[in-house]
Design a protein around this ligand. Structure first.
Ligand code: FE
Length: 341
């Protein structure tokens, strides 16, 4: 071998190492999250690992559609999105590969992750009953079931049943009550509606504050956002509304997650696993949860958020969130039979 050949081989090896090295230094993250605290979240990951993050941000469903179109050639390494129902949809589309991580298994509660390691919950949200303080006492709405009582006729606002939050709620109710009772419940609530289902959770809270209806259901972070808003009119909406953590004496309040998984065709698999493990660290937990007024999932990490502190602790539904996904198709059928819309 000539000196030149040896030099060529050596530089080729060096080049290959550099390229391979670089491969591990980047992470393509598809995320439907966009909060102020996310900047610190990502910057700290890069500082700790040297891995640069390319973020692709889009709406939840647009992101899933994008990965679907990209297929096997998708550059996505990880997908961050909200609601176990949506993570389940991504799972059904074959997006994820299983992750085996002793760290994730130890830190993420078993009920908040997919049992096969396909996706993990990194923050917790709860679906609460919200009521007009001037018209309703919290003791009148202790459970989701209570909303089907005829006393609420013409007094309830709800968003559409095609919404993933309501599908996941129904997924839990089916599990706890059985399908027939869950359907009875949907019919009861539908019969009590003050108006056709429309708008998002914030719209329901506004309707309750405005007196269009007296009771609704909303995720806690929409309520927290109103209370913490810089706009006086939004704070006023929040102050007219009270919330109940339902089913404290039975199966617990329905909870859901923001979560993430590693993509099946991830070009930077190791980096993606590292990122999930980072999300389970005490520091990242605070940023990730607080950005959306959600609770950290890792035991011992306390929320640093005035509204969550005010809420205190509550009994959560212990059902594995993967069941919420699995029950989605049946949940939609129940709502459809109840003509919830
Ligand atoms: Fe939301």
């Amino acid at each position: 071998m000539t000196v030149i050949t040896r030099t060529l081989i050596a530089s080729a090896l060096l080049f290959a190492t550099a390229v391979l090295g670089q491969e591990n230094k980047v992470l393509n993250l598809y995320s439907s999250r966009h909060y102020q605290t996310d900047e610190a979240l990502y910057a700290n990951f890069t500082k700790q690992t040297g891995i640069r993050i390319n973020r692709i941000e889009a709406g939840e469903d647009a992101l899933i559609e994008r990965v679907r179109n990209e297929g096997e050639r998708s550059p996505a390494d990880g997908l961050v999105t909200v609601d176990a129902g949506r993570l389940w949809r991504a799972e059904q589309l074959g997006f994820f590969q299983p992750v085996k991580s002793a760290l994730l298994d130890a830190r993420i509660p078993a009920s908040l992750r997919e049992p096969g390691g396909l996706w993990y919950g990194f923050s917790l949200r709860a679906r609460l009953i919200a009521y007009n303080k001037a018209k309703v006492k919290p003791a009148e709405v202790p459970t989701y079931e209570s909303l089907a009582d005829a006393k609420w006729k013409g007094r309830i606002c709800m968003r559409s049943s095609t919404n993933i939050y309501n599908l996941s709620l129904m997924g839990a109710m089916m599990d706890h009550l059985g399908e027939a009772n869950a359907e009875q419940w949907a019919r009861g609530v539908k019969a009590n509606l003050a108006r056709e289902p429309k708008g998002g959770d914030t719209d329901q809270l506004k309707s309750v504050a405005a007196g269009e209806c007296d009771v609704t259901i909303s995720n806690q972070y929409y309520y927290a956002r109103l209370l913490r808003s810089g706009k006086p009119d939004e704070r006023e909406v929040g102050e007219k509304v009270g919330v109940v953590f339902p089913n404290q004496a039975s199966w617990g309040t329905h909870v859901n997650i923001s979560g993430a998984g590693v993509m099946k065709h991830a070009p930077n698999r190791q980096a993606a696993v590292k990122f999930l493990e980072y999300l389970a660290s005490d520091e990242a937990q605070r940023y990730f949860a607080d950005g959306n007024n959600e609770w950290p999932v890792v035991a011992g990490v306390k929320p640093d958020n005035p509204v969550l502190k005010m809420f205190g602790t509550f009994k959560q539904d212990a059902l594995n969130v993967a069941v919420l996904g699995r029950n989605q198709p049946a949940a939609q059928k129940i709502y459809d039979r109840a003509a919830w819309k």
